[in-house]
Design a protein around this ligand. Sequence first.
Ligand code: GRF
Length: 207
Amino acid sequence: MLLSLPDPPQPLATPAPLAVLASGRGSNLAAIADAITSGALAARIVLVVCNVPGAGVIEVARSLNIECIVLPHQGFVGGRAAYDAALAALLKRRGARWVVMAGWMRIATSALLDAFPDRVLNLHPSLLPSFPGLHAAQQALDAGVCITGCTVHYVAQAVDAGPIIAQAAVRVLPQDDLSALTQRIQLAEHTLYPRAIAHALSQETSP
Ligand code: GRF
C-alpha cells in the first residue's frame, strides 16, 4: 500500500483525549484503539458517539470498554446546528480535545467545528477530491479508475472537504466488485487513520 505519510511522528508526552463519532460497523474505532494499545498512537478515547441506534460500532465500543452514547439525529428538535451544539457540549463535558469522525455521515456545522478549531478529522473512502459524497467505491468502479484509496482530512463545512492530512492508494483490480474493493479500501483505512491521527496530533498549533 502506498501511504502519503512520512515516518511516524515523535510520541506525545501526554495522550491526547479523542472522541470518535461513528455510525457504522466500528472497524476504524477498533483500529484506532489497537494503535493506542500498541503505543503507535499517543491518545485515549474518552467517548464514542453514535447517531444510529443499533449500529455495530456500539458493540465494538462496549467490547473495548469505551463509553458509547447513542445520540440519534432523527427526531432531534432544533435541526442540524442544535444537534451539533448538543454534541459539542457533550464532547467537551467528557474532556475531548480532538474529534475523529469514522463513518459519521453528517455534514458538520459551525456549532461543532468552532468548538474544536482545526481538531475535527474525517476519513473518506476515496482519494479526494475525487469521488466525494456517498458510495465512493462504487463511484470509483463506475469511473473505471485503476487506483483509488482513502483520505484523512481536517473537516470544513462542506461535504468531504478540508485540508488533506494523508492518503493511501489502493489498486482497483479488473475482477473487483463493490464488496472486494470496499474491503481493500477499509484495510487501507485501518493503517492510514491511526497514523494520520498521530500526525495531526503532532502538528497541533492551536492552544
Ligand atoms: C469507512 O469506510 C469510512 O471511510 C466511511 O465509513 C466507513 C466506516 O466504517 N466514511 P467502520 O464503521 O469504521 O467499519
